[in-house]
Design a protein around this ligand. Structure first.
Ligand SMILES: [Zn+2]
Length: 244
């Protein structure tokens, strides 16, 4: 009987909707995993670049410090030689040389201050980003285990419905199952609409009177003219016992 077939089809849809819900929940969790891991990777890359830039600037700082240090030593040497000079010409030459060193050191020192200011700024940003990264990683370390478990639990629930789904589908006509599955996938999980009045409960369009009569008879597969879903009229179960 078609009525029974449609009724079973509605049961099958109930199972499929449950599976779909579990699968959607799994997808959501997998996306959360991807998003978190991608965010961490992106921030880790940013921290790495910042560190490299900082190291490069720090090398520049050390080089400049070394040059200044060497120049100062040279100036000190020259100053010491000044007490052993034999004539004024030699003294003036040493004074000039010391003057040149002082001038170039003054420029280098200014550059050094700039580099150090830059370094400090970089250090602040780097520290902030490193803390942010640690926070993300800590959060993720706590969330990862439960998330993996949730996905496994959902998989288990999906597995549990497999036998019931197979036995339910085996009671159905293959053509009907085929049409149903096509609709289920195309129509976002509602292929069979259980109707109790002449309104499609999926798209809320009125069912024309002639079609509604056909639906009430449950003698053939009737589709909603608007959304093409299978319409199934499930007559109300008469109350047992009733009023005295
Ligand atoms: Zn409809």
């Amino acid at each position: 009987m078609l009525r029974e077939q449609l009724e079973t089809l509605a049961v099958l849809q109930g199972i499929d909707l449950e599976v779909k819900e579990h699968k959607d929940a799994q997808t959501e969790r997998r996306q959360e995993m991807e998003t978190r891991e991608r965010d961490i990777a992106r921030l880790a890359a940013e921290v790495k670049t910042l560190k490299e830039t900082w190291e490069e600037r720090d090398r520049v700082r050390r080089d400049k410090e070394q040059v200044i240090h060497d120049a100062n030593r040279k100036a000190t040497d020259k100053r010491m030689r000044m007490s052993h000079v034999k004539n004024l010409k030699e003294l003036q030459a040493l004074q000039r040389e010391i003057g040149v060193i002082k001038e170039s050191n003054a420029i280098l020192e200014e550059e050094l201050i700039e580099v150090m200011t830059d370094l400090e700024e970089h250090e602040g940003i780097l520290k902030q980003k490193e803390e942010e990264l640690t926070g993300l990683q800590d959060d993720w370390n706590q969330r990862k285990g439960p998330l993996v478990q949730e996905i496994a639990d959902l998989e288990h629930k999906i597995d549990q419905t497999r036998d019931l789904r197979a036995s339910t589908a085996s009671r159905l006509n293959d053509d009907l199952v085929g049409r149903y599955e096509l609709l289920f996938n195309r129509r976002g999980g509602t292929a069979v609409v259980v109707v109790s009045s002449a309104i499609c409960q999926a798209c809320y369009m009125n069912i024309p009177p002639q079609l509604w009569n056909d639906v009430l008879r449950n003698e053939r597969v009737n589709l909603c003219p608007s959304c093409q879903r299978i319409l199934f009229y499930n007559p109300p179960v008469p109350e047992q016992g009733g009023q005295p």
